[in-house]
Write a protein of this length. Structure first.
Length: 208
């Protein structure tokens, strides 16, 4: 059975969704860059080894990345899943996990890479918003797109209501994308992700 290491920084609701999805894979460990990440508790309660690689204990990005890599490699995972991991990783680290590290981002990339995606979506007046699961590449929030879920933006939406509705979709689309990965159904050709199997739906459209 393939194994996954999940990296978190905070709440960990996406990690929880992945664990609860009953995937044909083992979540071998959850690693946080912050000791106070709430999600560590769920991991420990679920019997998943939970480890902190505290970013404050390292003076350089290189030293932190090396420690993180060592913590991951103890489990020899097939996949590293970033789930609300709020730290930019160095180019060498990202290259090391090329094609086997994925991320969830709360916007329909390539729109709104970076932070405050819901606020920016409202400011731009977009009518569709959502989330994206993508392979991680050195350019932050720009890797090959595996799957997206889109929701309508309503007139009365606030940053909080949008965030909540997008998060519901994150919990749906991230486990699905990881399932495709562990089933060996993903291939990247010229930066475009193909999913093997005719029933694979890379776009989830939510009608409200
Ligand atoms: C999610 O919105 C994710 O897309 C973003 O950070 C948030 C993390 O939430 N990268 P959680 O820790 O998974 O609950």
């Amino acid at each position: 059975m393939k194994s996954i290491v999940i990296l978190i920084s905070g709440r960990g609701s996406n990690m929880e969704a992945i664990v609860r999805a009953g995937l044909p894979a083992k979540v071998a460990a959850v690693i946080s860059n912050r000791a106070d990440a709430a999600g560590l508790k769920f991991a420990a309660q679920s019997g998943i080894p939970a480890k902190v690689v505290d970013e404050r204990e390292f003076s350089s990005r290189g030293a932190f990345d090396a420690a993180l890599e060592a913590a991951i490699e103890r489990h020899s995972p097939e996949l590293v899943a970033l789930a609300g991991f709020m730290r930019i990783l160095g180019v060498d680290f990202v290259r090391h996990y090329s094609g086997r590290m994925v991320n969830i981002h709360p916007s329909l990339l390539p729109a709104f890479p970076g932070l405050h995606t819901h606020r920016r979506a409202l400011q731009e007046g977009v009518k569709l918003h959502g989330c994206t699961v993508h392979f991680v590449t050195p350019q932050v929030d720009h890797g090959p797109i595996i799957a997206q879920a889109a929701i309508p933006v309503h007139a009365g939406d606030t940053e909080a209501t949008l965030a909540a509705r997008v998060l519901q979709q994150e919990h749906r689309v991230y486990p699905l994308a990881i399932r495709w990965f562990v089933e060996g159904r993903l291939a990247v050709e010229n930066g475009i992700v193909r999913v093997d199997g005719s029933d694979a739906r890379q776009v989830l459209l939510v009608e409200e």
